[in-house]
Design a protein around this ligand. Structure first.
Ligand SMILES: *Cc1c(COP(=O)(O)O)cnc(C)c1O
Length: 450
């Protein structure tokens, strides 16, 4: 390793506490230092070129190196670098962005509450749905039902709404008033049921939980259209239709966490449109700015806005809600997505091609299932394809390491390898991604055998 890399690694150890990191492990090894990026590629401090199969953290939808986004930020910083939206003030970027989002959002969702991140968006929905029911004279409708292994961010509310037990264990979470139901993860938890049968069963767990808690105490159900961080869990075909049936029977709100699925990832503007769902609230972040600058928000259905209008002041917001520079970047990002037809291209060309090539990996001896929708995909690594038995101790991290060493970023969630490349990835770059993934699977299989 070169001296510059070693120096950065030492400083990282001495002064920085990075997120979601085992510090002892990192300190023994040293971080990989990423120094620049262009299109779908990253370069590290050793000069290695890496295909970013994860678009950063599911967010760089328009790819790296878009000068228009940098120019939008530069212009806005000179014009009005900051002003807040509290106490009856506003500024053009936030107003114009709210309108641009409403234009691509599902019918009847015409307002946006801005936040600084996806986690803050989920803190916002928790407070907003409880406030909504209180304004409607039903303050006892407080409980939010989430799903085991869902991910809704890393703040106290985000972790609580999410269903990751390892996260719950750190910090005595979830907070009261949050319940969880099983996830629609057929490959991992479907047992002897057929996928369609399991999808119905998983959706019925929502009804069971509503009845157990009492409809008069349930405020909302929260779910990602496709679970991302949980391992790109694509629900069986029967799941969302059955969930819609259950939701129609009870007077509770539906929150679709669109932080990953939003802004084109599925080939529609939002994952809810891909599945034909009609949520009441949609947390957004990530692809909203293609990750160039932090920003999140919640898109809110008109009927909820009408109730909030009668509720007096909503005592909630952030110093950086609707930050003008972030809003200017998001506006430019949406302009690029529209003008270059990127969402359409995902639907008609990129996603069909990626999914076809991704499926070819299912014949690999280590791969028990290859699945995906739009521009996300998952591979289940198993010891025995028939019984779906895993390798003892897991091999996901080993596979991830081979990917890193061979110029591909693929993330491991346990023994599920996942991808979520920039939406602008070309067909030749998809070919490269698949070739590299296969090579890394081969290397992993070889390492496991020896
Ligand atoms: C990433 C993510 C979040 C949290 O967003 P942050 O910007 O990291 O706070 C929330 N929900 C989902 C579905 C996510 O993938």
């Amino acid at each position: 390793m070169n001296n510059q890399t070693l120096e950065w690694q030492a400083l990282n150890r001495e002064h920085h506490l990075p997120p979601f990191t085992d510090y002892k492990q990192l300190n023994a090894k040293g971080a990989r230092i990423i120094t620049r990026a262009e299109g779908v590629y990253l370069w590290d401090s050793e000069g290695n070129k890496i295909l970013d199969g994860m678009a950063g953290l599911w967010c760089v939808n328009v790819g790296y190196g878009r000068k228009e986004l940098a120019d939008a930020a530069y212009r806005q910083m000179q014009e009005l670098p900051y002003y807040n939206l509290f106490f009856q003030t506003a500024h053009p970027p936030a107003i114009e962005l709210a309108k641009a989002i409403a234009e691509v959002a599902p019918e009847g969702m015409n307002h946006v509450f801005f936040t600084g991140s996806g986690s803050e968006a989920n803190d916002t929905v928790l407070r907003m749905v409880r406030h909504y029911w209180a304004v409607k004279g039903k303050p006892q409708k407080k409980t939010v039902i989430g799903r085991w292994n869902g991910y809704h961010g890393s703040t106290v509310a985000g972790v609580s709404l999410g269903g990751m037990k390892a996260l719950h264990e750190q910090g005595d979470l979830p907070i009261p008033g949050i319940e969880h139901i099983p996830q629609p993860y057929w490959y991992g938890e479907g047992g002897d049921m057929a996928p369609d049968e399991f999808g119905v069963w998983a959706a019925e767990q929502l009804e069971k939980k509503i009845l157990e808690v009492g409809e008069d105490k349930v405020a909302a159900f929260i779910a990602e259209p496709i679970q991302g961080a949980g391992g790109v869990i694509v629900p069986p075909e029967t799941y969302w239709p059955k969930i819609r049936e259950v939701l129609a029977r009870y007077d509770i709100l539906f929150i679709a966490d669109e932080v990953i699925c939003g802004f084109g990832r599925t080939g529609e503007w939002f994952g809810s449109q891909h599945y034909g769902n009609a949520p009441d609230l949609m947390p957004i972040a990530k692809g909203l700015t293609s990750g160039y600058i932090p920003m999140g928000g919640v898109i809110v259905r008109d009927e909820i806005v009408a109730t909030l209008n009668e509720g007096g002041e909503f005592y909630h917001g952030f110093t950086y809600s609707g930050h003008p520079v972030a809003a200017a970047v998001a506006l430019e990002n949406i302009r690029i997505l529209k003008q270059e037809g990127i969402v359409q291209r995902v639907k008609n060309e990129a996603a069909p091609y990626l999914q076809k090539r991704w499926q070819e990996l299912a014949d690999h001896p280590l791969v028990g299932e290859a699945r995906g929708v739009g521009m996300v995909g998952a591979l289940e690594l198993v010891k025995d394809k028939r019984t779906r038995a895993r390798f003892e101790g897991g091999i996901g991290m080993l596979c991830r390491e081979h990917c890193f060493q061979n110029g591909l970023i693929m993330r491991a969630v346990g023994d599920t390898m996942i991808i979520s490349p920039p939406l602008v990835i070309s067909t030749t770059e998809i070919d490269e991604l698949i070739d590299k993934a296969r090579r890394c699977l081969d290397l992993t299989a070889k390492a496991v055998r020896s």
